[in-house]
Ligand binder design. Structure first.
Ligand code: ZN
Length: 400
């Protein structure tokens, strides 16, 4: 039975950094295991852009898994919501949500409320609240995130977001993107909910305390990625491989669940730099017999890149390198190590810079690349290719 271990190091790719003698965090990191796999495997670079836009994690993963976004993608919200085990119903509109900090003029001070690490209080406060006969369901997500569902008659997901994705500017009004009455109604009800939520959040004792302590209060909900739950073929149906998703952060568990992958919880897997990566690797071994495809997601290189924190990004890459060591002893597995996009520290956001990839198997004829890095992999045998070709490429390569 084919065994593919498919490791996605989110936001791995980067650009040279002067403080690292003009190396990227991946180049500067000590990664003997990744380098062994690159040296004894084949390498290349890929990209995950859709409509030539800056890659987002959800669409980038669907492209890595070979799904046609024009056909199946309805927005990010459903993946976030599925990852939090929120039950959906037909007609529900799902959103990804952050708590943020805004000032009295509704200008954004911090899009993640100082990366506050628990939103349970805010979710509880508004879960099951009703506005204009529309029910709002909220659940806490990883760190500053929440899942949000609007449930009611005749709602539409064809609305804009209220997140300008910049600090120092006013939050946006949610707008209808077509002329249908249900779309305008959805936007109006959501705007009303967001306004009421802001008033309540800003007066919460815990937020007043945060202000006194010089911290950012979580006084606003930023909502993005409105979407209805998609109809999408499972990974197993598409490739004939029973699949597992091993992830800590909600979005990736949601992607796994929507693609029909078994998505077990892993003790200590947080999606944060402190995540227990070794426990994730152990989980693969415990399920190894019964599945063919193991999607293993390591998140924090992305968030550290978004923070411009190149030292900790380098450290996290070293932590990945140590964690994956047990995979080197597998005799038949095909190991794939790549990312969904680059998150250069100098940009503090995702970019279209090519992503390194390596494929390793004990029987594979290696190319001449000796190190797993952005620059080295550009010389690899796989060349530069579109992410959507990756899984068919792996399957044809090994004639599975
Ligand atoms: Zn990502």
């Amino acid at each position: 039975m084919t065994k593919i271990i498919f490791i996605v190091c989110d936001g791995l790719g980067d650009r040279p950094i002067p403080e690292f003698k003009s190396k990227t965090p991946l180049e500067a990191a000590k990664t003997p295991n990744l380098d062994f796999l690159a040296k004894n495997g084949i390498t290349g670079t890929l990209n995950t852009t859709w409509h030539d836009k800056k890659p987002e994690s959800d669409t980038a993963h669907l492209l890595l898994f070979g799904y046609d976004l024009n056909r199946y993608y309805t927005g990010r919200g459903p993946f976030e919501v599925a990852g939090l085990d929120m039950k959906t119903q037909p007609g529900d509109i799902c959103f990804r949500t952050n708590v943020a900090t805004i000032d009295e003029n509704l200008k954004i001070i911090d899009r993640r409320a100082g990366r506050i690490n628990n939103t349970a209080e805010f979710a509880k406060l508004f879960n099951n609240s009703v506005n204009n006969k529309v029910k709002f369901l909220l659940k806490k997500g990883t760190a500053y995130r929440l899942g949000l569902i609007m449930r009611g008659k005749k709602l539409s997901a064809n609305i804009t977001q209220n997140d300008p994705k910049k600090v120092g500017v006013k939050v946006l009004k949610v707008k209808a993107q077509d002329n249908k009455p249900e779309t305008k109604f959805t936007a109006d009800v959501l705007n009303s909910f967001l306004k009421i939520a802001h008033e309540k959040l800003k007066n919460l004792p815990s937020n007043k305390k945060r202000v006194k302590q010089g911290k950012f209060p979580a006084n606003y909900f930023l909502v993005r990625g409105a979407g209805i739950y998609p109809k999408i073929p499972s990974f197993e149906k598409k490739y004939g491989l029973k699949a597992v998703c091993i992830a800590g952060a909600g979005l990736y568990k949601g992607i796994g669940k929507i693609l029909g992958m078994f998505t077990p919880g892993v003790q200590g897997a947080t999606g944060l730099p402190d995540s227990n990566l070794k426990a994730k690797v152990k989980k693969v071994f415990s399920l190894y017999k019964n599945y063919g495809f193991f999607f293993v997601h390591f998140k924090a290189a992305d968030s550290l890149g978004e923070d411009g924190n190149f030292k900790d990004k380098k450290r996290f890459i070293e932590k990945i390198d140590r964690a994956i060591k047990p995979f080197l002893s597998l005799k038949k597995a095909i190991l794939v190590i790549t990312s969904d996009h680059s998150t250069p520290c100098e940009l503090k956001t995702h970019s279209t810079d090519p992503i390194p990839i390596l494929i390793y198997n004990k029987k594979i004829k290696a190319d001449k690349v000796n190190k797993f890095s952005e620059k080295e992999c550009a010389n690899g045998k796989l060349g530069h290719f579109k992410a959507s070709l990756l899984i068919p490429k792996i399957l044809s390569f090994f004639n599975t």
